[in-house]
Design a protein around this ligand. Structure first.
Ligand SMILES: [Zn+2]
Length: 96
């Protein structure tokens, strides 16, 4: 598990396909899929650049998503224990 977190930390230094917002315009809310003129760009803002390069897919995408889901499940468990400790019992469909 420790090496998984190291991989995630390393991913923060690299731009990957669809993981950052377009940097070509402050108003653009699209995700960046290309590198155009040195900036992470969406398809709309890099369309006119014939030299745009597609950003690589994150090789750790599945591992990062699994870590995120595990973290959320652990946080939900901690909250449910704390609520149970003060007498609050939550009933979710299918959980009880
Ligand atoms: Zn854009």
């Amino acid at each position: 598990m420790a090496s998984d977190k190291k991989d995630v930390k390393e991913d923060l230094r690299v731009l990957y396909h669809g993981e950052a917002l377009c940097a070509k315009s402050e108003k653009c809310r699209n995700r960046a899929y290309f590198l155009s003129c040195g900036l992470a760009s969406c398809g709309v803002h890099s369309k006119s650049d014939p030299h745009r390069q597609e950003l690589p897919e994150n090789p750790n995408k599945e591992k990062i998503e699994q870590l995120r889901l595990t973290s959320m499940a652990e946080a939900a468990l901690v909250v449910s224990f704390r609520l149970a400790a003060i007498g609050v019992v939550l009933r979710f469909a299918g959980w009880v």
